[in-house]
Design a protein around this ligand. Structure first.
Ligand SMILES: Cc1ncc(COP(=O)(O)O)c(C=O)c1O
Length: 468
């Protein structure tokens, strides 16, 4: 039977008492208590509907009936340790293989993006026999010790507290063509940013170090919804492989058709480009913990050859795989990739129209339903409008729209809604953004912005930035 439903205040107090305070809530000043959800809509304890622009995990829509039915049917029949022979895991691996380049054909099922990335590190090290890792500045790859160590987004906050370098890693500049080292006016930013990776490799080699992997999100999301310049991945892969390393694409946020035109975001870098290892997670199980690493026969072979069994109690169990299969079915049946293209393009177009009217919008970028709106105080200096971004997110929440910020200064409004997000939803969000910015500009012109901030007590440290 279901538990007694607590008043929101009581839930909050219990949470404060019982749950680690580093586990933060969305909208920490006034959290939303969600009790049910459907599609792209969340409902609080009073039945108020919120439009969800945050939940990339609930990929085919919250509580999709085909997914919940597949889960409960398999749950009633059998859920067993993945060491028993079962059809679901092989069916699912075969369906995933059909979305990937042929070379990527050996699967390991795990339970979270962090587990997937940790295993990818092990695979890369075992295969190359090298240790060092190159990541992008501001990257996040997971919460395990091994991954905090390669996640500048997190470890920077530990500076001075922890000796994190159990192995050597290097940070390459974020290939952000809006505000990075090489911008849109550069004749070949893809090559120029790839050369920064080459410089790091050369430096490592001069010190007698060897590269095991270049570890990268196919589109840097916590870095601020960055769209990588063309040619970057193939060139980096060439440099990294020549140095004896492998290319790992973290598709935990970007995979499963979020970019619309392709199933995997790394495919935006060219049909011929193929990473050596791909990790996936979040959207895979529509909220059920399901993640995976896929790699080549050679890399998997080297991992097998170490003689140590890879055993994962829950990874690839029949229920998880039934859910994964149902997610793929819904994506096809409802043409959710096509929807991501149509709605994503419409959303970007609407946001670009707003950009023409509101100087605070410095940049609008994205592919499919992976979209970012970057706010700046000044379009020339590109000073990040961090407080204004928090203000906007806070105001939209009052209008029952859930959004978050990300990027090095939390100045990028991040859109990553369930893939069933509609044209009407896009229009509603853009109209509300326009309204908030108009009011903000009017108050700014009359020197009243302090008053607006006071109405929305959002300390910058509590701004809603989440790696999810
Ligand atoms: C790019 C990326 N990689 C890995 C992870 C870790 O995934 P999980 O939280 O499932 O362990 C995240 C989570 O936010 C992520 O955004």
């Amino acid at each position: 039977m279901s538990q007694e439903m607590f008043q929101k205040e009581r839930t909050l107090k219990m949470r404060e008492r019982l749950i680690g305070q580093s586990c933060r809530l969305f909208f920490p000043q006034d959290p939303v208590k969600i009790v049910r959800a459907r599609g792209q809509y969340l409902y609080d304890e009073n039945g108020t509907q919120y439009l969800d622009c945050i939940s990339n995990v609930h990929h085919v829509g919250h509580c999709h009936p085909l997914v919940t039915q597949a889960a409960s049917a398999q749950m009633e029949l059998l859920n067993a340790n993945a060491r028993f022979l079962h059809d679901n895991i092989v069916h699912y691996a075969e369906r995933l293989a059909a979305t990937l380049p042929k070379k990527l054909c050996i699967f390991y099922f795990v339970n979270s993006g962090s587990e997937a990335n940790d295993l990818a590190l092990r695979l890369a090290r075992q295969y190359t026999r090298n240790e060092d890792v190159i990541v992008l500045d501001h990257a996040y790859h997971g919460h395990l010790t091994s991954l905090i160590d390669i996640s500048p987004y997190k470890f920077r906050k530990l500076e001075g507290q922890k000796e994190w370098r159990c192995f050597v890693f290097m940070q390459a500049p974020l290939p952000d063509t809006y505000r990075g080292l090489y911008r849109r006016d550069h004749p070949n930013p893809g090559q120029a940013y790839a050369d920064t990776v080459k410089d790091l490799i050369d430096e490592a080699q001069r010190k007698g170090r060897k590269i095991s992997s270049f570890f990268v999100e196919s589109l840097p999301s916590v870095g601020g919804q960055v769209i990588l310049p063309s040619g970057y991945f193939p060139k980096v892969a060439e440099y990294v492989r020549a140095a004896g390393g492998v290319f790992v694409a973290d598709e935990v946020q970007t995979g499963f058709g979020r970019v619309g035109s392709h199933f995997w975001a790394f495919q935006l870098q060219g049909e011929d480009f193929c990473p050596d290892i791909v990790t996936m997670g979040k959207p895979m199980g529509n909220g059920h913990p399901l993640s995976c690493v896929v790699t080549t026969e050679e890399i998997a072979g080297a991992f097998t050859a170490n003689g140590v069994e890879y055993f994962n109690t829950f990874g690839g169990n029949p229920v998880s795989c039934a859910i994964g299969l149902a997610v793929l079915d819904v994506m096809e049946k409802e043409d959710l990739r096509g929807n991501a293209v149509r709605v994503g393009n419409h959303l970007k177009e609407l946001l670009k129209q707003l950009q023409a009217k509101h100087p605070i919008i410095g940049d609008v970028r994205g592919v499919g339903l992976f979209v970012g709106l970057e706010l700046v105080k000044d379009r020339v200096t590109l000073t990040p409008a961090t407080e204004e971004a928090a203000l906007l997110v806070g105001r939209l929440k009052m209008k029952h729209i859930c959004l978050s910020t990300d990027g090095p200064w939390n100045s990028v409004i991040k859109f990553k809604p369930p893939m069933c997000f509609s044209l009407e939803d896009a229009e509603r969000v853009s109209a509300e953004i326009s309204h908030v910015l108009r009011v903000y500009e009017q108050m700014n012109n009359s020197g009243l912005t302090q008053t607006v901030s006071a109405c929305l007590p959002l300390a910058p440290s509590l701004i809603s930035s989440y790696e999810g």
